[in-house]
Design a protein around this ligand. Structure first.
Ligand code: C2E
Ligand code: CA
Ligand code: CA
Length: 536
């Protein structure tokens, strides 16, 4: 219906509407949070990822070692079982031959001995001249499988062997057979029995600590070591590394994550600064004001120049900011018009007028309130429908709301005519505001029917000055009267001006001589006092 209405710009409704210092404080807080959260996360995750990576590495070694140790043990047990099954004459040539062969073919076994009554009778190395004690059983694994720690058969005092007993045979196993996998330098690896007995290891492991780890009495956070455990049957594989490794790994992770977090922090801070600039820009502030409905209306009385009776008031918008300061309309109306926010402001002014004055308008049917329209309201009179509804809801006559339009809004004559005609049909009086200050005053006056003409203050100011323009006001008054329009003189400040206008039959005056614009409550008081005085 109003194709010209697309000049209205959509306004953002996402702004944080706080006053300036609160917005800045909030922005600084957000920026600090925006930096500290990503950086803290980066530090935290560097630690977590490093710990996980080290744990995974240790677990891998422990599992590999366990597989290796289990295979060695299986081989050894298998060999002893075969020997037992052969049922050869103990320590016979065939028996010795078989034991020798078993030692050669079984990688994990270094020597096999046959014993009876707790004493070694012979071994893969031959007959034993004087039977020797087999040693103490220190650990029993399966029913027939026992272990002991034995001295090396070669007599190396610092080199202990694992003795594995199965019935009458004992295999001697070099402990390294249980843990012979390739390791990183900083890792210690051990194979132990589940009671903590150390079977074999690489990298000089601390036996006390290993014993604790094997039996679960050692907690990760206890000491200077990280460890991983893998378990199968009676065997436990434990991989250990110094905690310092974790620091090195964490530093590596930080090299990746901290720059990333700084990038995120920079984006967040950039976003905050961008939003802040938008918010603190005049347009950003005005958008927030519209969203938060920070406007209120002051009323400037319009009086009859003849009787002094107050016949109405002009509604003049004020922007009261959250900090309580008041901004004059000429400081923000141009920006509101430029940005398209003005139509929302007009709506809010109309709502405020009805809210402030509906009781007064009902009580005093001769009272009117004049509301200013912007060029965009005139081009696109959506406000008329809602104004009608709201006035009806509040039982206020449409007639009591005057609409003031300046010729700045008269670019599209068809749209203007449509708006003015619709408004007048609805019962409103339409006034032409700031008359004479534009370029085309006379041209459109002929074509458009309006009810009142407001003579601009600049012409009133010339009264009594003898300036060349001072006669223009007479012509304006003549034009208005010839078109049967009510005249309202704006900006009347002196008795001389009032006297002059009264002598020229100008009907109404508005200006500081009578009263300045005032808050609703003051205007109600002013009006009631004026009624008492002028109506007797
Ligand atoms: P205007 O419509 O011509 O309003 C009259 C202005 O003249 C008001 O200023 C009023 O306070 C001031 N005025 C009245 N009598 C005197 C006087 O004797 N001496 C002097 N020096 N000034 C006087 P205000 O309230 O600052 O408004 C300025 C302009 O802002 C208005 O001029 C109008 O164009 C615009 N405006 C105000 N309220 C609204 C509104 O609700 N909507 C729109 N679109 N514009 C508005
Ligand atoms: Ca006005
Ligand atoms: Ca005016």
């Amino acid at each position: 219906m109003f194709p010209q209405c697309n000049f209205l710009r959509k306004t953002s409704t996402t702004g944080i509407s706080l006053n300036r210092s609160r917005v800045i404080l909030l922005a600084v807080t957000l920026a600090v949070i925006g930096i500290s959260i990503p950086v803290s996360f980066a530090l935290y995750f560097s630690n977590v990822r490093a710990a996980q990576a080290e744990q995974d590495r240790l677990s891998l070694f422990a599992r590999q070692a366990l597989l290796r140790a289990s295979a060695s043990l299986r081989d050894a047990v298998g060999t002893l079982r075969v020997l037992e099954r052969e049922e050869l004459v103990p320590c016979s040539a065939a028996h010795l031959q078989k034991m020798r062969l078993a030692v050669i073919t079984t990688r994990s076994i270094d020597d096999i001995a046959y014993f009876k009554d707790g004493r070694v009778q012979c071994s893969s190395m031959g007959e034993v001249e004087a039977p020797i004690s087999v040693g103490r059983t220190e650990y029993t694994a399966a029913k027939d499988l026992h272990f002991s720690l034995s001295p090396s058969p070669l007599g190396e005092s610092d080199h202990r062997m694992i003795g594995m007993f199965y019935n009458a045979h004992k295999a001697l196993i070099n402990p390294v057979r249980f843990a012979d996998i390739l390791l990183d330098d900083d890792i210690q690896l051990v194979i132990a029995l589940s009671d903590g007995t150390l079977l074999g290891g690489i990298g000089n492991p601390d036996a006390g600590m290993i014993g604790k780890i094997a039996t679960w009495t050692y907690r990760q956070k206890d000491g200077d070591f990280l460890h991983a455990r893998a378990e199968q049957g009676d065997l436990v594989a434990i991989a250990v590394e110094p905690r310092d490794r974790l620091i090195v790994r964490t530093q590596h992770e930080m090299l990746l994550l901290v720059p990333l977090s700084l990038l995120i922090a920079a984006l967040i801070v950039g976003g905050v600064v961008w939003r802040l600039r938008r918010h603190l820009s005049p347009l950003g502030e005005l958008k927030s004001a519209v969203k938060r409905r920070e406007f209120l209306v002051h009323y400037q009385p319009i009086v009859s120049l003849k009787t002094g009776e107050c016949v109405g008031a002009e509604a003049l918008v004020r922007w009261q900011r959250a900090d309580g300061s008041m901004t004059r309309p000429d400081l923000f109306i141009p920006l509101a018009e430029e940005s398209g926010l003005i139509t929302q402001i007009t709506q809010q002014v109309m709502d405020l007028v009805i809210h402030d004055m509906h009781l007064m308008l009902k009580k005093y049917p001769r009272l009117h309130i004049a509301v200013n329209l912007s060029a965009q309201d005139i081009q696109c009179p959506h406000f008329l429908g809602s104004l009608k509804t709201k006035l009806e809801e509040n039982c206020v006559s449409q007639r009591q709301i005057w609409l003031e339009a300046t010729e700045r809004g008269f670019m599209n004559v068809d749209a203007v005519r449509h708006t003015i005609e619709t408004a007048r049909k609805q019962g409103h009086s339409v006034a032409i505001d700031d008359f004479g200050t534009g370029y085309s005053s006379l041209a459109y006056l002929q074509g458009l029917r309006m009810d009142a003409l407001k003579i601009d203050k600049s012409f009133i100011d010339t009264i009594g000055t003898g300036a060349a323009t001072s006669t223009v006001i007479d012509h304006i008054i003549d034009i208005a009267q010839s078109l049967d329009m009510v005249t309202v003189a704006e900006g009347v400040e002196t008795h001389e001006q009032a006297e002059y206008l009264r002598a020229r039959d100008v009907k109404y005056g508005q200006g500081w001589l009578f009263a300045k614009a005032m808050p609703p409550r003051d205007f109600i008081g002013f009006y009631q006092a004026n009624q008492l005085r002028t109506q007797g």
